[in-house]
Write a protein that binds this ligand. Structure first.
Ligand code: 2Q2
Length: 323
């Protein structure tokens, strides 16, 4: 209205108008490892819609599936550097936050109820707080995950079958230790490189829950799902602390509301989609090996758990077993 000869508005209105003009729209970049078919991506899309609705389009979320912003660890570093904003991550955060290692200790969680009790209880609270403090990211919502199973091209039923077995693990120090201890030859690799690694024979196998085995098309390059069920875990959707702290209280609340609704949406999706994965993997030619001696794997991994965990981590592990 500069230079107009109209009467100036009353000061309050003037201020409100100025504030409205000053409202910046924010675009967050959200990178994750799964592809467009995976329930994490579908839930991320729903979350993006909810955030946009609840913030009157002040916050927009651009989603980059398939590690398009880099692997999980790189994306976390990019968020800290301010070139990305959101990621999906879990036990990999143990590289910064010791407590995050407790998210995925082999054979620690009995079932989903046990998992949820820990996530929603004091231990989960402590893990979230340490992630905020030491990783520099704020958890918004989470997905509970199905147990991780080992895939391969010949059946693996006992730790003895792991001799010479070159397998990929995510960037999780404890995973390297336990699989080495059990007799395999594990190496760290980003998720988006696993398919090609299997196809070219750089690795003989990998381990993940059925949903990722399914969405990533591993049936094309792996024959067996060995029901080791060695790790039950959960995974967070996180935003950089700095990115989140920049928001007004109102926007923070809107993001948190959207996160809460997205979590419910994701859980429903998980419950409806999950039952199909097994049959579809069988249709695509995979054999489920249910002849796995889980106790033998548990025993084979235990010394590595005892050696790798610090005293504080080990005591938390024992507390988890008691929940
Ligand atoms: O195998 C993988 O890459 C995924 O299942 C997850 O990224 C893995 O569980 C951890 O890296 C989670 O932090």
């Amino acid at each position: 209205a500069c230079g107009s000869d109209q009467a100036s508005p009353v000061p309050e209105e003037n201020e409100a108008a100025a504030q409205e003009e000053a409202v910046e729209s924010i675009t967050w970049k959200f990178g994750h490892l799964a592809n467009e078919d995976h329930l994490w991506h579908k839930t991320a899309e729903r979350f993006g819609e909810l955030v946009s609705e609840k913030t009157n389009e002040q916050i927009q979320i651009e989603i980059y599936p398939n590690n398009q912003l880099g692997g999980e660890t790189d994306t976390i570093n990019s968020i800290k550097a301010g070139t990305a904003d959101l990621v999906i991550s879990g036990e990999t955060m143990a590289n910064w936050s010791p407590k995050a290692a407790l998210m995925a200790v082999p054979y620690a969680f009995r079932d989903e109820a046990h998992l949820v009790n820990v996530i929603e209880g004091e231990i989960g609270q402590g893990i979230e707080e340490e992630i905020i403090e030491k990783v520099g990211l704020t958890p918004l919502y989470y997905h509970t995950r199905a147990p991780r199973n080992l895939t391969s091209n010949s059946p693996i039923s006992t730790p003895e079958d792991l001799a010479g077995f070159r397998m990929r693990v995510p960037n999780v120090p404890l995973f390297l230790s336990v699989w080495e201890e059990a007799g395999a030859r594990p190496q760290v690799m980003d998720f988006n490189e696993v398919f090609t690694g299997l196809q070219q024979g750089v690795i003989d196998g990998q381990e993940n829950p059925l949903d990722l085995i399914h969405s990533a098309g591993f049936a094309e390059v792996q024959d067996y799902v060995n029901e080791t069920e060695h790790v039950y875990s959960w995974i967070y959707i996180l935003v950089g602390n700095e990115q989140f702290e920049k928001l007004s209280d109102e926007l923070k609340e809107a993001v948190m509301e959207a996160a809460e609704e997205a979590q419910v949406y994701g859980k429903e999706l998980f419950d409806t989609e999950f039952s199909n994965y097994r049959d579809e993997l069988i249709e695509r030619g995979m054999t489920f090996n249910n002849d796995v001696d889980q106790d033998a794997f548990r025993e084979a991994m235990l010394p590595a758990i005892q050696e790798s965990l610090t005293e504080e981590q080990y005591s938390l592990y024992e507390q988890i077993l008691e929940v």
